[in-house]
Design a protein. Structure first.
Length: 303
């Protein structure tokens, strides 16, 4: 019985240590979540304005504007190619996941939805290619033999615009070189600390937003020096805002999932500790009762 008591006591001690770790991780995730929510909310104002301007300018340009836009200098990205709509032979997906675990069902929810899209929308693996942001997604696709054209691991918890610009330049170059013909960004949208929703947003080409959304923006602008020059500056900013906004949103959902997972782990540890404490007290009471019985029996034998 003594060994059993020691075993239960050791389990209580180890579970308490674990709960202290999960509690600390919960607080860290909560701090990151607060920062990410503030960044996401402030960035949304900028992203909405850029989208409005690109929609308005591109919709007001003549159909042959692609021919009049100047060609980029040597080594520069041809951002006007972002407006080119061609027959879709291959689709690319930017899939945003976390680099590690301890985030509950955050990653599995995204990857399950992606696999459903691939099964329902494509007949052959040659019809799609993956660009993975986050080690979990990259490893998941590689294990299943899915083509991963690009992967980015260890993205910072509060991503900078510089990190995103590299992704935009790469994807635009790949689109321009016809590695794929359309590009979607797939991630978990943060709703609140307990809820996230899977989203798929089209990034390239951006032709389809022109006339459908321009009606919503009736404000007139005075363009200086010209619409063409302004559009050339706006297109990369628009692409950056799409991807950066998705990454910030996904990171916010990731921190929320991590906080929730660690809170659940902490609560479960407390429950286990309570149950073990009851078991320990019962075992100790039984041991004391047994000792008293033995003492009483020994005393009776001496009489």
């Amino acid at each position: 019985m003594g060994a059993s008591l020691n075993e239960i006591k050791q389990r209580i001690v180890s579970t308490k240590k674990t709960s202290q770790i999960t509690r600390a991780m919960q607080m860290v995730s909560a701090s990151k979540l607060t920062k990410s929510e503030a960044n996401a909310n402030s960035f949304q104002i900028y992203a909405t304005k850029v989208r409005e301007l690109v929609t308005h300018v591109s919709a007001s340009l003549p159909d042959d504007i692609l021919k009049t836009l100047s060609e980029p200098d040597a080594g520069e990205i041809n951002y006007k190619s972002m407006l080119i709509h061609r027959p879709v032979k291959r689709t690319a997906y930017i899939v945003i996941t976390s680099d590690g675990g301890l985030v509950g069902g955050y990653n599995s929810a995204i990857l399950k939805q992606i696999m459903t899209i691939l099964e329902e929308d494509h007949q052959s693996p040659d019809e799609y290619v993956m660009l993975a942001i986050g080690g979990t997604g990259a490893d998941f696709f590689k294990t299943r033999g899915i083509n991963v054209a690009y992967e980015l691991r260890h993205l910072s918890d509060q991503p900078s615009f510089e990190e995103v610009r590299k992704i935009v330049s790469l994807t635009t170059s790949m689109f321009q070189n016809e590695v794929f013909d359309e590009l979607y960004v797939c991630y978990n949208h943060h709703v609140n600390s307990l809820t996230s929703q899977f989203r798929v947003e089209r990034m390239l080409p951006i032709t389809d937003i022109n006339h459908d959304e321009a009606v919503e923006y009736e404000q007139e602008y005075i363009f200086e020096p010209s619409k063409e020059v302004i559009l050339k500056q706006l297109l990369p900013q628009y692409a950056e805002s799409l991807i950066y906004g998705a990454i910030v949103d996904a990171k916010t959902a990731e921190h929320a999932a991590g906080m929730t997972a660690m809170k659940t782990a902490t609560d479960n540890a407390k429950t286990i500790i309570d149950d073990l404490t009851i078991s320990y007290n019962r075992a100790r009471q039984s041991a004391i009762t047994q000792e008293i019985t033995e003492i009483v029996g020994g005393a009776a034998a001496l009489e």
